[in-house]
Design a protein around this ligand. Structure first.
Ligand SMILES: Nc1ncnc2c1ncn2[C@@H]1O[C@H](COP(=O)(O)OP(=O)(O)OP(=O)(O)O)[C@@H](O)[C@H]1O
Length: 470
């Protein structure tokens, strides 16, 4: 920045601070709204238009809607002319400084969200939320902008903004990521908020187990004493009438007591089969938002962020190449990046376009129409390692079996939309943490041991070929 620009920036900064001070003294602006004002930053003045960046849609709504006239007056008084405010949502501003959270956070927003009388089982709840799935690591593009904004709004003002929030879209497009991010962000904003994340299979299992053990009492306690219920992949409740009935009551109980519910699904409510109409209509009470497959630019940005976060080094043109080859599913996009960087590491070579081309050539990537199932993965994996499916699912821990089982888990993660508990369940009733461990282990081994890398690649292609009936 040259001295003149620095000067300009300083002047703008101090003018904006005066605007903020005026708003702080203005009776028309509530303490809660002042919190939002403090999140905004002036970026530049072009003619009589002031560019202002804010971290989310909710802040924009407050500035442009709720306090517009107070803001216009403050701008006029500081700049001595009518200034138009152009507000841009820049999510890279999240997370904001801690003291700003203090300013934004309740009691004005939700006075009733106080720490639970007995502290929640924090460690268990935290472990249920994947630490990687936060707003910070979520890349925003046209395909998911609205869903992201709604998710931020719900985390900031649970049961105030939209209730329920219903997010739908195809597999691997970031619904689970957003759900976890809501949980994390709400926990940062509201000390002691009781958040429960669950996918609908776990919900079903909890319900069945509690009926068996104590006639449903523990289930009610678990699911009704929460402030924020995040329920993933609701479509799996299709046709399960008793569980649906229970969900219906849980939903009503939470909604009536002003608690937030967020639901994800692969279909919009109207298209959900095997659900009663009263249930579908409730899903539409709040806000419906979809997530579409990301455009090329967003796919590149996702890969770039992923590479940065995981310390993988890959130049932009190689990332662009990978993003151009895989378009339908972000989980597969990430899988391709892992394979390319693993191959480079095995060969002690830097990643470049030629290498990415070679690795992806070995991998059948034109598979948007393929619906791979866990059964196929288990059958092919067992055959590949000359084992039986029973052995794969058994408790035996010989070296070959452990590796084969971990590869099967890794491939279930990459090639299907199954949840972690479900993968654990089909592989001999194992815990979801075992699946997380296997996934991490195979990623590491692929970068360290050529044999493992080759096995995973060959097996993936065999599974895809078998699926296509080749
Ligand atoms: N916009 C995004 N920015 C960064 N990463 C993303 C984004 N969208 C998805 N991902 C990543 O892609 C992977 C798949 O996303 P996720 O599991 O949330 O999909 P999903 O829509 O819930 O799929 P499913 O319906 O199969 O459960 C995750 O690792 C997630 O972090």
């Amino acid at each position: 920045m040259g001295p003149e620009e620095a000067n300009e920036a300083n002047t703008l900064g101090s003018s904006w601070r005066r605007v903020v001070r005026l708003l702080e003294e203005d009776d028309r602006v509530s303490p809660r709204q002042r919190g939002f004002v403090s999140l905004a930053q002036a970026q530049g003045l072009i003619g009589s238009t002031l560019l202002v960046a804010v971290p989310n849609e909710l802040t924009r709504e407050v500035l442009q809607g709720q306090i517009k006239s107070a803001l216009d007056d403050a701008l006029r008084s500081v700049f001595s002319e009518d200034i138009r405010c152009a507000i841009d949502v820049d999510t890279d501003m999240i997370p904001v400084r801690e003291e700003t959270f203090e300013a934004v956070k309740r009691p004005e927003i939700r006075e009733d969200l106080r720490p639970a009388p007995t502290p929640p089982t924090t460690s268990q709840e935290v472990s249920r939320l994947n630490p990687k799935y936060v707003f910070d690591t979520f890349v925003i593009g046209a395909s998911n902008r609205f869903a992201h904004a709604a998710a931020v709004a719900v985390a900031e003002a649970p049961a105030k903004a939209y209730n329920p929030l219903f997010i739908y879209g195809d597999s691997g497009l970031g619904k689970t990521h957003l759900l976890h991010a809501i949980g994390h962000y709400a926990r940062r904003l509201y000390n002691g908020i009781r958040v429960r994340y669950v996918n609908s299979e776990e919900f079903t299992n909890d319900f069945i187990n509690s009926i068996r053990d104590d006639e449903g009492t523990s289930f009610k306690t678990t699911y009704r004493n929460v402030d924020l219920l995040l329920i993933d992949d609701i479509q799996f409740l299709a046709g399960r009438n008793a569980t649906q009935e229970e969900f219906f009551h849980t939903f009503n109980a939470l909604h009536n007591s002003n608690k937030q519910v967020v639901i994800t699904s692969d279909q919009p409510p109207k298209m959900l089969h095997g659900f009663e109409d009263r249930m579908k209509s409730r899903f539409e009470w709040g806000l419906l938002t979809d997530i579409q497959p990301p455009e090329l630019e967003t796919r590149i940005a996702i890969l770039r962020k992923k590479a940065n976060n995981d310390g993988l080094s890959a130049p932009d043109d190689a990332l662009e190449y990978i993003a151009s080859r895989i378009s339908a599913n972000i989980r597969e996009l990430e899988g391709a990046l892992i394979r390319v960087t693993a191959f480079a590491s095995l060969n002690k070579q830097p990643v470049d376009v030629a290498l990415a081309e070679m690795v992806l050539k070995d991998l059948i990537t034109d598979d948007s129409a393929l619906e791979i199932t866990a059964e196929q993965i288990l059958t092919e994996t067992a055959a590949y390692f000359k084992l039986s499916v029973e052995e794969l699912n058994s408790k035996s821990r010989t070296r070959t079996l452990v590796t084969a089982r971990q590869i099967a888990m890794y491939l279930c993660r990459e090639l299907t939309d199954m949840s972690l508990p479900k993968i654990g369940q089909v592989l001999g009733g194992r815990d979801h943490t075992t699946v997380i461990h296997a996934d991490r282990k195979i990623r590491e081994l692929m970068a360290e041991r050529r044999a493992i890398y080759n096995q995973v690649t060959e097996l993936t292609n065999k599974i895809k070929q078998a699926q296509r009936g080749l």
